[in-house]
Ligand binder design. Sequence first.
Ligand SMILES: *Cc1c(COP(=O)(O)O)cnc(C)c1O
Length: 369
Amino acid sequence: MKPIYVTKSFLPPIEEYVEEISKIWKNNWLTNQGEIHQNFEKELKSFLKTNNITLFTNGHLALETALSEIKTKGEIITTPFTFASTTHAIVRSGHKPVFCDINMENYTVDIQSIKKVITDKTVAILPVHVYGFPCDVKALGAIAKEYNLKLIYDAAHAFGVEVKGKSIAEFGDISMFSLHATKIFHSIEGGILAFNNDEYKMKFDLYKNFGIDGPESIVEVGMNAKMNEFQAAMGIVNMRYLPEQIEKRRNISEFYDSELRKIEGIRVLEREDNIKYNYSYYPILIEDKYGLKRDELFDLMCLENIFSRKYFYPIVNEYECYNYLKLNPEKETPNAKYVGDRVLTLPIYGELSIDEVKYICDTIKKLKK
Ligand SMILES: *Cc1c(COP(=O)(O)O)cnc(C)c1O
């Protein structure tokens, strides 16, 4: 078998991209809200079904911008079972991260555990639709309302996901999507804030362009986080292939489910009927009955040319850079600690063949002790 990596960025037919970027040569307009940017924004707005969206050069700066808009600096409750960006955005926007635990059904935030850490300093909740599995959006909406907290979703993994026919972006005050090359849908690098509040639209557009309101009017201490025309063009072209990519991944995911469920000690996630998934990641847990530890399986799989990832290990409250917060993951977030120590995300991408998926499943079967 040729080496199989955890993901492979999607690239559209080059001719289609060239045709789209030829507008850049025609207009001589490379960035700053050009024609392609405007078209992309319009298309995404109708796809995500929110009144407004603002495009960014990447997802992280989009998230930092959303959190900066919370002017009372305080505690933001979040999950440690995520990518570094989520917590870094809290800290970099002047807030303090407070970690709640995750549930064992889909590894998103545990509702009861959020309630336990709410204090009078809490200003917002920042849950993550991790692996594209939606959080309990109904319960979260209720908590945010009850305690008067902002609810901002890290939806970096959740582009294209729907809950009971509603776009995932319709929940909470703001959702951030990442359009990074490794994500299910990408614009090389890119990020989106999706929201309904019209006042945010003006502000976010200003923040991403130095707060410049006009040639002689600078009204906010903004920065530079603009999406350029080449990125927007990649997004526009890739949009055409999204349904096909999701469908291919659904097939792969279902094949994994059926094979891996049969192996004792391998835990796969269950899916719900009223959710439209995007199948962006395929996580499994390696539990005691498998006979090997996660790290042992990971190393042995590498020898068989299968390069999975320990996503997300270490969990964020174990990061060295957060030692100063004096956290205790084992005690404070036991589920996240358990999952972080046992999780592997297996290769999944549109072009991965079922033969390769079968080879991966057979290898996991073969290696079991
Ligand atoms: C990818 C990712 C981000 C950051 O997005 P970028 O576009 O890479 O800046 C934030 N949160 C999560 C959970 C991610 O996976």
